[in-house]
Design a protein around this ligand. Structure first.
Ligand code: MG
Length: 247
């Protein structure tokens, strides 16, 4: 009798394990087929993918305006555009909310007399309010939360991946815009991820508000879609190959 019980128990364990194993072993139960991601054509060597909005292809400033809504005075030549110091920042004609943006920039090779924040400063402002710093930070010490790829005065980059002045540099940035509550507070904060020359330097960092030169960040409700600004900080910073994807 004992032997029979033992055999029955073993048989039960065997069947139960078999059932569990069968359940665990069905790969179809964890397959998800919908939605199917849209097929796009990726670009080669930083060229825009097929679903990108091209902001600057090296030929014209047609997708930008100055603060008066007019054609900017920045200089387009040899496939790039360069800040005309004193002419003011430029803004995309189109407004954007959440984006992935690619841009390439270059600081002049001649750095004579330029130190700290004055060494070829510019910046990309999401929704015209939240700046990722552009600065020649190659062997050019300044406050860490104001160097290249800092989220200005809020987040220090993980490393300094700057190339020497005179060389083209690449920013790939993922920007998640804030959402606001009825009372004007953040429902969700802005978030930024930055790759500088292919190196992760800001990993989904949370912004506490606008990036202010003086004083703490401000939380001010604004429209969903606003222009992206490129800063004129009085230096001859150049740009090329600017495109984005709306997220
Ligand atoms: Mg700046």
């Amino acid at each position: 009798m004992k032997l029979l019980n033992l055999l029955l128990s073993l048989t039960f364990i065997f069947i139960a394990n078999g059932l569990i194993a069968q359940d665990k072993g069905d790969p179809k139960k964890t397959e998800v087929w919908e939605p199917e991601p849209v097929a796009i054509t990726p670009g080669h060597f930083n060229a825009p993918p097929s679903d990108a909005v091209v902001l600057f292809d090296g030929t014209s400033l047609k997708n930008f305006v100055n603060s008066k809504g007019e054609t900017p005075e920045w200089v387009v030549a040899e496939g790039s555009m360069t800040v005309k110091p004193g002419s003011g920042p430029i803004f995309t004609k189109q407004g954007f909310q959440d984006v992935q943006i690619h841009l390439e920039w270059k600081a002049p090779g001649d750095t004579t007399g330029l130190v700290g924040q004055q060494r070829n400063n510019s910046g990309v402002f999401f929704q015209n309010k939240y700046e990722v710093q552009i600065l020649d930070s190659y062997k050019n010490r300044t406050y860490s939360n104001g160097q290249a790829t800092s989220v200005y005065k809020q987040h220090i980059p993980l490393v300094n991946a700057c190339r020497p002045p005179g060389e083209w540099q690449v920013y790939d940035i993922i920007y998640t815009a804030p959402r606001f509550n009825e009372d004007g507070t953040f429902k969700s904060n802005p978030y930024i991820t930055v790759l500088h020359n292919g190196v992760l330097v800001q990993n989904h960092v949370k912004l506490e508000g606008t990036t202010e030169y003086i004083g703490p960040p401000k939380v001010t409700p604004h429209e969903d879609k606003l222009p992206i600004q490129l800063q004129d900080h009085g230096n001859y910073v150049s740009f090329r190959n600017i495109w984005l994807r709306e997220l």
